[in-house]
Design a protein. Structure first.
Length: 521
């Protein structure tokens, strides 16, 4: 069915947009950002902040762009003198009661109030004192703090909890200049998706206890990534300071997570900063491991994989498509039993009520579907049993129990590709340091068979290298970058046929065949 289009002119730019589009969204397509506070594309629009007032020709007054839909032939001026005067007045009213504590506010540098006041606010205030005072900080939940005197009452948090999370614990209490965001007595903001209210807050009123005073916004390096907390594959931003991951935030992807992420994924970053890392290749000589260089380590690895007839691969569900694929290529001459380790939560999926097909999944691994597409289909116990008869067993960043470690430790040639020292087994012939998700570029395939890229956010420690680089150097193929590694793997896998790394973008593409529904280990 052909979508009805209407022609509208915004600040001199004429364009066609679908019928029913709001002026604020149509303006984005014209390259114009209309200032706003209460509006958010994933929430209902109440038009309470009055910051998005624009001039519409033939209209008797200024119109709120967030709830006014375009009509055929409409002419809109977002930056007319009258519209600017209205926004300047709104900002002046907001600043009457807003404290000037930007130097200690976590939102400084990311604050929409700062940005708009700088852009079009008054040069000075006509008021000499603040009209209201509140307690400095209130605890709303385990991680969410509320600073009432910074609040501009945009009500994004209230609407998220009521209309998206389906847990209406927040409200606007009192009226007029005494109004503030209240929480139902006896309740906490402990919903599994409650952390999104911090992202939604346009000022520093709702803040994260976990991130409090860790960094200023301008000190952070921001990198597009994919959450590794479960199989949903929410798109994220990794914020780092001094090569340390300090915060994870959702990145918009309307096909996967819209604008949100769960609190489990949000807090799933401390392991990225572990200090007990394997930093150099180790080779066992007698009863001890000795450090070596990569040339010697790769030569020995290639010889072991190239001569083996029976190989067992035990890989993490957090390993990238490139790493899993090139490891299979490096063992293509052997009979391979390949399994992937996928932790399963005891709790059922925890959905976000207002967004279909978005949940914290029981399958707590980001690339279980990708592993199955690449042939890691053996059961975990089956692969462990096969290790007894294998000539080579390769462990790729897995966590083994003591019993499992003893089971694989009896293998003739045990190779460990790991990230931290707790994974090192005394019987391993080779110990090869590999990077974690934050230290490399790669791809995951989520539960809906969407192939998504993530990018390197911090430097790798010591001599650690991506597992795909190690596998490539041991005979997995000629690949010097993650892009080349992906394209090499995609040529061998039917479900990835036709996909190129350059075509994935930052929102991903659906693989040619759906991944089988999965059980883990």
């Amino acid at each position: 069915m052909t979508q009805d289009l209407v022609s509208v002119t915004i600040d001199g730019v004429t364009l066609q947009v679908p019928k029913g589009t709001s002026i604020i969204e149509a303006a984005k397509q014209a390259g114009v950002l209309v200032p706003h506070y209460c509006y958010h594309p994933a929430l209902p629009s109440p038009a309470v902040c009055r910051m998005c007032l624009v001039e519409v020709e033939k209209a008797p007054k200024l119109m709120p762009a967030c709830v006014t839909t375009v009509v055929e032939g409409q002419v809109v001026h977002t930056d007319s003198a009258e519209a600017r005067r209205a926004r300047t007045a709104v900002l002046e009213f907001l600043l009457i009661n807003h404290p000037l504590d930007c130097p200690i506010c976590d939102q400084a540098g990311e604050c929409e109030l700062q940005d708009y006041v700088f852009q079009e606010g008054r040069g000075g205030s006509r008021y000499g004192d603040y009209a209201k005072r509140y307690n400095p900080v209130e605890e709303f939940g385990p991680d969410v703090l509320y600073v009432p005197n910074r609040c501009i009452l945009c009500t994004r948090c209230v609407r998220f909890m009521e209309d998206v999370a389906g847990s209406p614990v927040l409200n606007v209490s009192e009226r007029g200049d005494r109004a503030y965001i209240g929480i139902d007595p006896g309740q906490l903001l402990d919903h599994p998706w409650a952390g999104n209210v911090v992202d939604l807050c346009p000022v520093g009123s709702l803040i994260s206890r976990d991130f409090l005073h860790k960094a200023r916004a301008w000190e952070l390096d921001k990198t597009a990534s994919v959450c590794s907390g479960c199989s949903q594959g929410c798109n994220t931003m990794i914020d780092t300071r001094d090569n340390t991951v300090v915060r994870l935030r959702p990145r918009p992807n309307l096909e996967v997570n819209r604008h949100f992420m769960c609190d489990h994924g949000r807090m799933h970053y401390r392991w990225m900063n572990r200090g007990d890392r394997i930093e150099a290749p180790l080779v066992r000589e007698g009863e001890r491991h000795h450090a070596t260089d990569w040339d010697h380590a790769l030569q020995r690895l290639g010889a072991l994989l190239g001569s083996a007839r029976r190989v067992v691969l035990l890989a993490s569900g957090a390993a990238s498509v490139e790493s899993l694929g090139l490891l299979r290529r490096a063992t293509r001459k052997a009979t391979v039993t390949a399994a992937v380790q996928i932790p399963m939560a005891e709790d059922p999926d925890q959905p976000l009520a207002g967004v279909p097909n978005l949940a914290l999944r029981r399958e707590r691994a980001p690339n279980g579907a990708g592993a199955r597409l690449l042939g890691y289909t053996a059961g975990w116990d089956e692969a462990l049993n096969a290790a007894a008869a294998a000539e080579v067993v390769v462990l790729l960043d897995v966590a083994l129990t003591e019993a499992e470690a003893r089971q694989v430790g009896a293998t003739a040639h045990l190779i460990l590709m790991g990230t931290h020292e707790g994974q090192v087994l005394g019987s391993a012939e080779l110990v090869l340091p590999v990077t974690n998700t934050a230290e490399e570029g790669g791809c995951f395939v989520n539960r809906d068979a969407r192939v998504q890229r993530y990018q390197q956010a911090r430097q790798a420690p010591g001599m650690a290298r991506p597992a795909w680089w190690v596998a490539a150097g041991a005979g997995g193929g000629d690949a010097a970058t993650a892009a080349e590694a992906f394209d090499l793997v995609a040529r061998d896998v039917a479900a990835l046929a036709g996909l190129r790394h350059a075509d994935l973008g930052l929102t991903g593409r659906i693989a040619g065949a759906a991944a089988p529904a999965g059980a883990g280990a």
